[in-house]
Every structure is written in structure tokens, then in C-alpha cells.
Design a protein around this ligand. Structure first.
Ligand code: GTB
Length: 212
């Protein structure tokens, strides 16, 4: 069954791979599933046709036959459950990998987004300089225990899984802040994720849309 995802017609990051279609592309590349991309403008995302796919008028979405999904966590889990390569066979290890997916989107991503917004969207506000350190501290409160848990391991729990894919995708958003420099093992973990051939193909595909 063919798969179609949506992505920004022109991503505000100019192809740095920070928009969330990249993690879905990455998952599809890991499991070697071909996919089509429908590009949508900011206006089209808020129109009825797209809202029928995504109630919040965002990208990415995922269509496969009769199935339409939104939310990258749900999309990546769907891909990982249907194709070998992103979740362990052992039931307990599989459950733990899924727990890391939730940790990525539910525990780590919220403060990471707050920091990105504080740095980019709120930088002209008079209270920004006072707020920025508070928000950065909330990010550190997640990174420190994550770094302790990862330790010297290659991935979070055994072999690379959808949990690592989601966690690395979230950490990517921190690179510009420089905060990862204080967590060398997390920086190396992220670099290992980016070095995966599947990530490279996903990155190149989104760059091809946004370059120039
Ligand atoms: N929780 C949802 C999920 O995981 O799928 C969040 C989806 C989401 O935030 N989508 C964003 C969107 O559609 C694009 S990725 N925004 C438009 C809108 O809400 O109207 C967020 C994003 C956007 C831009 C950059 N950037 O340029 O650096 C990075 C990330």
C-alpha cells in the first residue's frame, strides 16, 4: 500500500531537518518503505482538506490506504509496528522502546520547544533575557538524567529503536542553542543517529525540497 506524507512547501528552517516530517521520513527510510510527499503551504494547512487529515492544521500527516494519521509519535509507532527494524521482537524490550518514544515527545520535547521558542520567537520581548535561563534550566533538568541513563551506551536500550529515533529527533532541535556541548555523550548519541544512512537519506530528501 503506498504511503503519502505531508511536509512544508517551504520549511522555515530552510532545510535543516528540524520540521517534524524529517522524523517520519527517517522511520520510513529505516524500514526501507517508499513514500510520496505532498507539500502544503501554511494557508493550505488551515483549509478543510488538510484539517480533515490533521485537526490542528499541522504537518506531517500520514496516509496509507484508508488510514490517515497525525502526530509523529503515532505515525512512527505505526511504521515501527508494521515493519521490522525499529522495535525489538522481545515483548518487554519492545514495551521499553515505546516508553522511550513517549519520553521523547512527552518529557523531553516540551522544554526543548520552550527553549526554541524563547530563543527564536520571543527574543524581542522585554522579559526574554530574564526568562531564557529559566527555560534553559528546565531543558537541563531533562538532559542531565538522560545523559546519566545513556552513560557510555550506544543507544538508550540495546539496539537502535524507534525510541532512539524519536529522542535523537528531539535533541536535534537543541543543536543551535549550544546546550548539548555540556552533555558530550548526548552530543555523540545524536551524531550517531545522524550518521545512520537512513537519517542521511531522510535529511537529503527534505533538503531537496527546501534548498535554494
Ligand atoms: N505534536 C505534533 C507532532 O509531533 O506531529 C506537532 C506537529 C507540529 O508542530 N508541526 C509543525 C507545524 O505544522 C511543523 S514541525 N506548524 C505549523 C502550524 O502549527 O501552523 C515544527 C517546526 C516548525 C519549524 C521549524 N523550523 O523552522 O525550525 C522547526 C519545527
Amino acid at each position: 500500500m503506498s504511503v503519502t506524507i505531508t511536509a512544508f512547501e517551504r520549511s522555515p528552517d530552510g532545510g535543516k531537518g528540524l520540521a517534524r516530517d524529517t522524523r517520519v521520513r527517517w522511520a520510513l527510510e529505516e524500514v526501507r518503505q517508499p513514500y510520496e510527499v505532498r507539500l502544503v503551504s501554511f494557508r493550505a494547512m488551515k483549509e478543510p482538506a488538510h484539517l480533515a487529515l490533521h485537526p490542528f492544521g499541522q504537518i506531517p500527516t500520514y496516509e496509507e490506504g484508508d488510514l490517515a494519521l497525525f502526530e509523529t509519535g503515532a505515525i512512527v509507532l505505526h511504521i515501527a509496528e508494521r515493519h521490522a527494524g525499529l522495535l525489538p521482537r522481545d515483548a518487554n524490550a519492545r514495551a521499553r522502546a515505546i516508553a522511550w518514544m513517549f519520553a521523547a515527545v512527552n518529557t523531553v520535547e516540551p522544554p526543548v520547544l520552550e527553549l526554541a521558542n524563547a530563543r527564536l520567537v520571543e527574543s524581542d520581548k522585554p522579559w526574554n533575557q530574564e526568562r531564557l535561563p529559566l527555560v534553559a534550566e528546565r531543558v537541563r533538568a531533562r538532559l542531565s538524567p538522560l545523559a546519566v541513563r545513556l552513560g557510555d551506551s550506544e543507544w538508550l536500550d540495546g539496539a537502535f529503536s524507534a525510541g532512539d529515533l524519536m529522542m535523537a529527533s528531539v535533541l536535534l532541535r537543541l543543536r543551535a542553542s549550544g546546550i548539548l556541548d555540556d552533555y558530550p555523550n548526548l552530543a555523540a548519541y545524536l551524531a550517531r543517529g545522524e550518521a545512520r544512512p537512513a537519517y542521511k537519506r531522510a535529511f537529503a530528501a527534505q533538503l531537496a525540497v527546501n534548498a535554494g
